[in-house]
Design a protein around this ligand. Sequence first.
Ligand code: MF3
Ligand code: CO
Length: 259
Amino acid sequence: MLRLKTARELDTLRQNAKLLSEILVRVALRAVPGVTTKQLDRLAEKWVRQTGAEPAFLGYRGYPASLCASVDDEILHGIPSDDRVLAEGNIISLDLGLLLNGYYADAALTVPVGEAPPEGQRLMEATHGALREGISAAKIGGRVSDLSHAIDTYVRRRGFSVVREFVGHGIGRELHEDPQIPNFGPPGRGAKLAEGLVAAVEVMAKLDDEPANIRDDGWTAVTGSGVLSAHYEEMIAVTADGPEVLTQGVWEEYWQRKM
Ligand code: MF3
Ligand code: CO
């Protein structure tokens, strides 16, 4: 069942999403050679708590950190570690969530550590472009899988493949609400998109076309053949004027500040 949000709920979600984006961009700017993923996790947790919010992932189904930090072939849910030192040429997905005033926010982006290898840069651009394309399809009267289809088509045309094991999701009083939003499939299926739907659209793409594996830690999803993977997630609201991006375009903001 879709839980459509009132204007008042949307205001809270918008504020939370804005706070989260600001923190996530600041964390991403710290992802430079020599830094450990645990250091990034500590920063993220500190900055989330400074706003009065709580980290959304810490303790969620036993997840042991505030941030997910997934390097290179790690697709998502990488657990921050003191032993994981970032190196020039890595690409890293940073996924962060918070809970404030009863509502969740959730977003992710992948950034280069120093300069990414050319195929890593192309993969990041394709994955981010696919997220934008999917978001554009979030129009009243359309259906959930219109986003799925738009995302998959965009990724395929660039010679990459989407991750099929993980999905975007509705968000609100729960971190994961209906609907699930897969990143592939035919258009015109699933729930009808209606005003007040708020969702975390979450795209993961990679260089191979093999099933993902889960590491022995029970969390970290990795590509089947060890190739690079990228991940972007933004919160959107379906409105009468079209999709509204609540998380303010974290990737664009990251590049603007980095320059
Ligand atoms: N963005 C991810 C998701 O929606 C982050 C969840 S991490 C977890 O699944 F630790 F909370 F599971
Ligand atoms: Co999510």
